[in-house]
Design a protein around this ligand. Sequence first.
Ligand code: CUA
Length: 318
Amino acid sequence: MWDFPLLPEAASSTAAEVDALFWLLIGVAAFFGGIITAGLVYFNIRYRKNSKASRAGAVSEHLPLELLWSIVPLVISAGIFGWGAKLYFDMHVPPEHAREVYVVAKQWMWKIQHPQGNREINELHVPVGVPIKLVMTSQDVIHSFFVPAFRVKQDVLPGRYTTTWFEATKPGEYHLFCAEYCGTSHASMKGRVVVMKQEEFERWLAGSRLAEPMTASGDQLFRQFGCVTCHSQTSQERGPSLHGLFGSTVRLADGSTVTADERYIRESILNPGGALVAGYKPLMPTYAQQMSQEQLFQIIEYIKSLGGPQIAGERKNP
Ligand code: CUA
């Protein structure tokens, strides 16, 4: 049997559709490329210099033909665009209930932490059949998180968060690569994604837990950095309470509104004046020099966990 692997193994919920779109593009390109090449060769030979083929009746204008070769490619390319855009959004927007994992890239390794506390380096354990959302950042240069079997590739940038998601469909081990040239050992910045059955994954999660849950680390940092002095439910004079903040809509001092996601919280910690909440003075100092990327993720995870009612008189969300 002929089993030369044209494509990597397909092991995620979107892989089949990505491949289908890929083959459609190849098919369309090959079809039209074939017709044009064949025509080129045929006419070159038939009407070569000194050939006896008749040149009479050459067409110089043909409106229906021109419409045909304008409209047909338009329909085809618009169709490909529409499908590509739909697939792009599907791959870009994680499902609501996705399980989150935090990723910090650095020269030259992948540092991963699960909300339950488990840390990994160059390895990512995930359960099969569960959407996994990765919140990623870099502590130095641009890297790119690439798992060919999942058809997932997302740049990981210093100074901001990028996210991607996937749902693995087959237990097994898959290559993880860095797909952005990032210095001397770029080629060895690789690892593996281990996809496990649900029960196995839960066992792994319980068995390899050497660190406390991220919310607990975040809680501790929240006190250690003194955040709690201004952001408690009883000190609303200086800073807004953070209960129920995550996912809510925040009105800023300049009248605009933002959704309080990971990016917004990160920005508020590192550049507090940049997104001042309406009704508050710019009292908060920046923590840009003091917190590591991991600590930021832990504080964000802690703030996310602060559900609960906002008490009366607090920052009102529209
Ligand atoms: Cu990191 Cu290449």
